[in-house]
Design a protein around this ligand. Structure first.
Ligand code: PEP
Ligand code: MG
Length: 841
């Protein structure tokens, strides 16, 4: 064997150790040593040394063993750079041999010494010598007979006696752990956890604290907070006469730590040791500036600290722990803000499937709106309403949703669709309502007429069957797994206040209805960045008037229908303004193609004919006349506003009258009016002229004055490129990145779901651009428009209101491009506030 001189470092306060050369565990142990905690003698092997061991070289065992004195008992544990990347399991009691057995028998008794030796031979045989576990796992007898049995089995399997030399044992352990790390399976596993392909492994060799003895002895773990809630509580287990992870693995034999009415505790058994452990863990928290779990051993009443690891935590606990550390003056507030992953807040804001629960996955789709909910399957909006009326939770299952399904979505606890992507109707509305939603679940066969779903494994699900939609990860589950409730506690509110103190980009919400606006306010959005007014027409009674308007052949007929819509819109806007209490509200004029408001099948046509008292043929003809080959690029947005200007006139009037109404008893309202789908300067001029005229008329009629801001929604590449000539007519530009992504790629936002996963898998797109802003392409248009717009009009307000507005990466992009605010669905506002704060820290 070739001898080398690798990096073998005794863990002392001043030793040159770092997490990137020796791993997180080695570094943490050094910190504990510096804090003068009772850590057994420890030697750290660097990544480099371990890599060379895997290649067949071996360190100088004399040098390695020297710090441990004669006849040591040792353990070896992995020390990867990030503890989450895992590593081979620890091996304990290395150095155990016949001579140790005699010695130990005197110290702890023959039975215990034999049990310890037996366990070591078993672990060595299975994990180091890699012998058949069947020959070792089932030792039939305990005590010395059991020991003889495993030693004999070892000899039979290897045709050699069990190695007695601690140096040989240790060398074999190091080699097997080093090789295990470099194996393909281990590499794939850690890469899945985010480790780089060449991540290194360090190893720590530590003197054993036995946990066995004639006085109080045992082992366990202790932490001072609850991992689920983050609330202060002494948590952990202690098992007498045990080692390593025994106390966790044999939980029902272990005892509590603090005094507990349910049973015995370490506090009762060994009050001094308990008090010392509490103090040590608290000191770790204060000095390592993190909530820690200590792994300890008690040997004849003496406490040893073997390791300290960051307490595992749910998102809820992460928030509470960070806030508490800052409130105790251990970390600054800015650091508390950085310690919480913004997206993890979704876990707090929505119900989730319990991570411990069994998941019976039927199929997966796109995780379009986070949170999970369980209900009975229904296949239509009407059935959803009937189900809600009976008080039964239901999941609305549709091929895709349309405005007609909104009432069904309100009645359902979750939505599942076969088609669509991140910006499809179901996804956008679902997120707005905070309704769990999975879209594009095309792996399931949707037989809507037969009222049946068929899973890829052939299972059939019928109307009334119970399923769970997990919109956080896109899974559709059979049955009703255990759930964890949303938990918006004081700690979150505190963290959010700190976030608002530091962030320097505004956060508004996309809110269409008074309910959305209330949610937006509750989440402390700084106004509404996008109110999609067409969503106000989806309620059944309004839909009928809307349809009358669409069916009007003459201008007076249309005016009559619009006159009926006016008070409804006015009331909506008045309520929105009141709820937002003087904060800005940006109202987008009508955007979708008209045919979206018409029924698509014959039964719907017949119903409409009855409602409007028209012959069926008239209805069918009108529906046909409005049909377009490519409605998303057709008569919608400002094109409709210019062709049928009465619609925008009515909306402008409703906005101004509501402004006067809401300003009467509160802060003066300054509404923002936004023109969608602009591609030419002239469109803005035409609309602006009419809106100004309506404003003048309302001022004259009422004798009241008010101001408003008119702006443009940048959703076409041309509008972005021509921003310099559009900006002088526009107080603000708001980027609708849903349509802008669709048009920049020439990629249908409603159909892309069909091939998006193939595209992402083959790396054509790094990610779904409707989900993650394409900073290279769409982002370049944003930057061009921002620069050109601001050069023409320096006070131009810039914002984003597409679905990307809530993602931390897009917020970083927008902030760097000098945007004033982002706007996202109300439930994403807290995520956006925290993400924005992290950028400013
Ligand atoms: C957009 O296109 O980005 C947008 C916000 O508008 P909508 O999703 O309503 O088309
Ligand atoms: Mg749009």
């Amino acid at each position: 064997m070739q001898h080398i001189d690798p990096d073998i470092t005794l863990v002392t306060p001043g030793a040159p150790l770092s997490a990137v050369t020796h791993g997180g565990r080695a570094k943490c142990l050094q910190r504990l040593v510096r804090l003068e905690m009772p850590v057994p003698v420890t030697v750290a092997l660097s990544f480099d040394a371990v890599h060379r061991i895997a290649q067949g070289e071996m360190p100088d065992m004399g040098r390695l063993l020297a710090p441990f004195g004669p006849a040591p008992l040792l353990c070896v544990r992995p020390s990867s750079e990030d503890p989450d990347w895992g590593g081979p399991g620890a091996i304990l009691n290395i150095g155990m041999n016949d001579a140790q057995f005699v010695d130990l028998s005197d110290r702890i008794g023959k039975e215990a010494a034999a049990a310890l030796y037996t366990r070591f031979v078993q672990a060595y045989a299975i994990h180091v010598a890699r012998l058949d576990p069947d020959a070792f796992e089932h030792v039939t007898q305990g005590g010395q007979d059991g020991l003889s049995e495993v030693l004999r089995a070892y000899e039979e399997e290897t045709e050699e006696a069990f190695p007695q030399d601690p140096a040989v044992q240790l060398a074999e352990v190091l080699r097997s752990m080093a090789r295990a790390w470099e194996g393909t399976t281990a590499r794939l596993l850690r890469q899945a956890k985010g480790a780089p392909a060449d991540a290194g492994l360090g190893l720590v060799v530590q003197a054993m604290a036995l946990g066995l003895g004639l006085g109080e002895s045992g082992s366990g773990v202790i932490q001072l907070v609850d991992s689920q809630t983050g609330a202060p509580r002494i948590i952990g287990r202690y098992l007498r006469e045990s080692q390593g992870r025994d106390a966790l693995e044999r939980r029902n034999e272990a005892v509590f730590l603090a005094h507990d009415a349910r049973g015995p505790s370490l506090e009762d058994l060994a009050p001094d040791a308990f008090a010392e452990l509490k103090g040590i863990t608290a000191r770790m928290r204060a000095r390592l500036r993190e909530e820690m779990q200590a792994e300890f051993t008690i040997e004849d009443g003496v406490v040893h600290i073997l390791d300290g690891v960051r307490v595992a935590r749910s998102a809820r606990a992460a928030v509470r722990i960070a806030v508490q550390l800052a409130e105790d003056g251990i970390i600054p507030r800015e650091e508390a803000l950085l310690r919480v992953e913004p997206r993890a807040l979704n876990e707090l804001l929505h119900r989730q499937v319990d991570p411990e629960a069994d998941r019976d996955v039927l199929a997966s789709g796109i995780a379009a709106s986070p949170g999970a909910a369980t209900g009975r399957i229904v296949f239509s909006a009407a059935e959803a309403q009937a189900s809600a009326a009976r008080g039964e939770a239901c999941v609305l299952v549709r091929r895709e949703t349309s405005p007609e399904d909104i009432r069904g979505m309100h009645a359902a606890v979750a939505v599942l669709t076969e088609r669509g992507g991140m910006t499809s109707h179901a996804a956008v509305i679902g997120r707005g309502m905070g309704l769990p939603c999975v879209v594009g679940a095309s792996a399931l066969n949707f037989h809507i007429r037969a009222r049946m779903l068929v899973a890829p494994d052939g299972r059939e699900l019928h109307q009334g069957d119970i399923i769970t939609v997990d919109g956080t990860n896109g899974q559709v589950l059979a049955g009703e797994p255990a759930m964890i409730e949303a938990a918006e506690d004081d700690a979150l509110l505190t963290l959010m206040t700190w976030a608002d103190d530091v962030r320097d980009i505004g956060v508004r919400a996309n809110a269409d209805t008074p309910a959305d606006a209330q949610t937006a306010r509750n989440f402390k959005a700084q106004g509404i960045g996008l109110c999609r007014t067409e969503h106000m027409f989806f309620e059944a009674d309004r839909l009928t008037v809307m349809r009358e308007m669409i069916f009007a052949d003459t201008s007076p007929d249309r005016a009559a229908a619009l006159d009926r819509l006016l008070p409804m819109q006015r009331a909506d806007f008045t309520e929105l303004f009141r709820i937002m209490q003087g904060q800005p509200v940006c109202i987008r004029l009508f955007d979708p193609p008209l045919h979206e408001f018409l029924p698509s099948d014959r039964a719907g046509h017949r119903e409409l004919a009855e409602a409007l008292d028209l012959p069926l043929s008239d209805v069918t003809r009108r529906v046909d006349a409005l049909a377009e080959y490519n409605p998303m690029l057709g008569m919608r947005g400002v094109r409709l506003g210019i062709t049928v200007p009465e619609i925008y006139d009515m909306q402008a009037r409703a906005i101004f009258e509501a402004t006067i109404e809401a300003s009467r008893d509160g802060d003066p309202v300054v509404p923002e009016i936004m023109i969608p789908l602009v591609s030419a300067k002239r469109e803005v001029e035409l609309v602006k002229t009419r809106v100004d005229a309506v404003a003048a008329a309302v001022r004259t009629e009422t004798g009241k004055n008010f101001t408003y801001r008119l702006g443009v929604m940048v959703e076409t590449p041309r509008a972005a490129l021509r921003a310099a000539e559009i900006a002088p007519h526009s107080a603000f530009l708001s980027f609708g990145t849903n349509d802008l992504t669709q048009m920049t790629y020439g990629l249908s936002r409603d159909d892309a779901g069909r091939f998006m996963s193939a595209y992402v898998q083959q790396n054509v797109f790094p990610e779904d651009p409707f989900h993650t802003l394409d900073q290279d392409g769409v982002g370049e248009l944003l930057k061009i428009a921002a620069e050109r717009g601001r050069s023409a009009r320096p006070d131009l307000v810039l914002s984003i209101c597409g679905e990307h507005g809530g993602s931390p990466e897009s917020i970083a992009f927008c902030r760097a491009a000098g945007f004033d605010y982002v706007s996202c669905s109300p439930f994403r506002v807290p995520v956006a506030r925290l993400a924005a704060a992290q950028l400013a820290v």
